[in-house]
Design a protein around this ligand. Structure first.
Ligand code: PHE
Length: 528
């Protein structure tokens, strides 16, 4: 049964990726991106060594990784550093009284008839994460700059959809699967390489799809009683079609059920917050995912801006065929738990979710959404780093047409997105990123470290490998090309701050020197 009544005490704000819609007090908000929300990617190098002083498990010997008692051989795709692997098993989404777990619980109680699923390991095959779901061989999400690989065959899942086929195969028809997912990314208050997603889905045997019409009428009636304004200009068209193998009448009923179900969930999460007695506004936008059609993104009007919440759609029949349940059809959605929790609990920095400080943890209680009360933060200490990009990396950029273009290309994607047309120019998916296309320069062969194009994610990854959670933000503050030599210069500001103690200037200097040494050794940059 859907429960539409909002709970008490919720509040919040947020907005992801779209620059134009960022709330003023958040520098940028969680991407937790919905594939294919990805922009230009270049190749990256499997890092063969790591200087991270991370926890003793898991181990990464030179020839293999041991994770959760299983050994994975290393090869030229291995790029998962110990600092990332050490997060496996933290299970914030299963930690009682943790905001991520509280939010999971609230969504699970809303979809009371769905079964909760928690996969035992974040390690999946590349096939499961991408191929099985129809991702093109050159999809940018596959890039070594964007994903963590144990080797060519195994990786840390980048989204919970990686478990769709196996979960459908288990025979479940209505389930919610929560899990930690991993993506290489930039560093700021809303990006962390490990975050949590929830996949939700419902499928029916084709023979019972005729019952959906009645069910949809009931749901529509329930929603009509809620102060909710739903903007839904989407249509079924060549760009967002029903599936050829589906009876259009059935596909329409599934789509309607998806929309009613998610409108109900959003009202449950945000409905109590409607300001000034205004009804909550929800907006449906056409999207593209390789494993659903029709596909949508859903946004909520929040603090004067549209906040993107989730991606969803009618499950590709091929997915269900692969799971051995060809006789079923239905819908699926995927949402980022941190993104929503940051808004609902007013949590300003994504690293706080990983805090073990009782001043953070003691504030939350199962089943309740309460406002985070900031406690005094330890002072930040920033250090700038100006350098020349290695000539080889620059040459690789020129050859691939990617790499350093990322900063600009994302900005322009944002600009396009925030335009009046809802981001529908050619080449920009409604999900925000560039469509996998000829513009992406991903190949399936990684190239050597100093020889590949400079990529900000690689830079950030090394900073994180050395400085771990002491690094708060990494921001590009300047870049130029020398008019005579043609050499490219970049300057990044690295902000160091501990969540639980004061850092001395000497300590930060020493750390920054280590970061710099690693960047010089691994990326071939030349400090200016
Ligand atoms: N897996 C997608 C993502 O991370 C979200 C999604 C899930 C979209 C299910 C459609 C259906 O970005």
């Amino acid at each position: 049964m859907l429960r539409l009544a909002p709970s008490r005490g919720l509040l919040g704000r947020v907005k992801p990726l779209r620059a134009a819609a960022l709330p003023r007090h958040f520098p940028s908000l969680p991407v937790f991106a919905l594939y294919p929300r990805r922009n230009q990617s270049s190749n990256s190098v499997p890092s063969s060594s790591s200087s991270v002083a991370s926890s003793s498990s898991p181990s990464t010997s030179t020839s293999s990784y041991t994770v959760q008692n299983r050994s994975y051989h290393r090869d030229d795709w291995s790029n998962a550093p110990p600092v990332i692997l050490s997060k496996i098993g933290r299970n914030l989404h299963l930690t009682p009284n943790h905001p991520i777990s509280i939010l999971r619980g609230i969504i699970e109680s809303h979809f009371a008839e769905h079964t909760s699923v928690t996969p035992s390991t974040p390690i999946v095959s590349v096939y499961q994460n991408f191929d099985e779901l129809g991702f093109a061989p050159d999809h940018p999400g596959r890039s070594l700059t964007d994903s963590y690989y144990l080797n060519r065959e195994h990786m840390l899942r980048t989204h919970t959809s990686a478990h769709e086929v196996e979960t459908y195969r288990s025979g479940l028809d209505a389930w919610l699967l929560s899990a930690d997912v991993y993506r290489r990314d930039e560093i700021d208050s809303s990006h962390y390489p490990v975050f949590h997603q929830m996949e939700g889905t419902q499928v029916w045997p084709t023979t019972s799809l005729h019952e959906l019409q009645k069910r949809n009428a009931e749901l529509a009636k329930q929603l009509a009683d809620c102060p909710l304004v739903i903007e839904d200009p989407t249509t079924i068209s060549d760009s967002n079609p029903y599936q050829a193998s589906h009876d259009p009448e059935h596909a329409a009923q599934i789509t309607q059920h998806l929309k009613h179900s998610l409108n109900g969930l959003i009202f449950r999460l945000f409905g109590h917050t409607t300001q000034d007695g205004e009804p909550l506004k929800v907006r449906w936008i056409e999207a593209f995912f390789p494993f659903t059609t029709p596909s949508y993104e859903v946004e909520v009007w929040w603090n004067g801006e549209w906040l993107e919440l989730l991606g969803c759609g009618v499950v590709m029949q091929k997915t269900l065929d692969q799971a051995g349940v060809s006789h079923k059809s239905g819908w699926a959605f995927g949402l980022g738990l941190e993104r929503i929790a940051m808004v609902l609990f007013s949590i300003p920095d994504i690293r706080l979710f990983w805090s073990t400080d009782s001043r953070f943890l003691s504030q939350f209680r199962e089943g309740e959404i309460t406002t985070f009360k900031p406690y005094s933060r330890y002072p930040p200490c920033y250090k700038d780093m100006s350098f020349w990009v290695s000539p080889k990396q620059q040459a690789a950029v020129a050859a691939s047409g990617s790499g350093t273009a990322r900063v600009e290309s994302r900005a322009s994607a944002w600009e396009r997105e925030s335009g009046d047309n809802g981001g529908k120019e050619a080449g920009v998916s409604t999900a925000g990123g560039l469509e996998p296309s000829a513009t992406t320069a991903t190949t399936t062969t990684p190239v050597g470290g100093k020889d590949k194009a400079f990529h900000e994610n690689d830079y950030c990854e090394i900073v994180r490998e050395v400085a771990g959670d002491l690094v708060e933000t990494v921001t590009l503050i300047d870049e130029f090309t020398h008019p005579k030599t043609g050499r490219q210069s970049k300057a990044y500001r690295i902000n160091y701050r501990s969540m639980d103690r004061s850092l001395s200037n000497e300590e930060v200097n020493a750390l920054h020197a280590q970061v710099q040494d690693r960047l010089v050794a691994d990326m071939g940059i030349e400090i200016r």
